[in-house]
Design a protein around this ligand. Sequence first.
Ligand code: DGP
Length: 114
Amino acid sequence: MSETIFSKILRKEIPATVLYEDDLVMAFQDIHPQAPVHFLVIPKQPIVSLDSISGDDRGLLGHLQWVASKVAREQGLSEGGYRVVTNIGSHGGQSVSHLHYHVLGGRPMAWPPG
Ligand code: DGP
């Protein structure tokens, strides 16, 4: 996997507002928030997208979702609800080629997405 802006965030070479970090994942605020609360959860392991995971990644993906849920609760999103989405490839609207879950909340979400 090639270098991305998220590699630099993981190495603390560029600043980010980190909401959670452990050995496996990091959650940080999105630089272009699309909702009052908008953060990203990424694995530290370089995985391009959900399309390139292997069976060995199943535990990591469960952990990513647990962190998404934990930080969403801490951000006060439980009562109103929120959305978790991962964009995959060009049709999916993925602009950074490092797997990330968006967690968006604090306002009602529309469906279907654009
Ligand atoms: P996607 O389009 O699904 O690949 O989402 C990439 C997201 O990454 C987008 O919502 C903006 C965010 N992003 C891009 N560059 C940076 C950055 O340097 N810092 C932070 N915090 N977020 C970034």
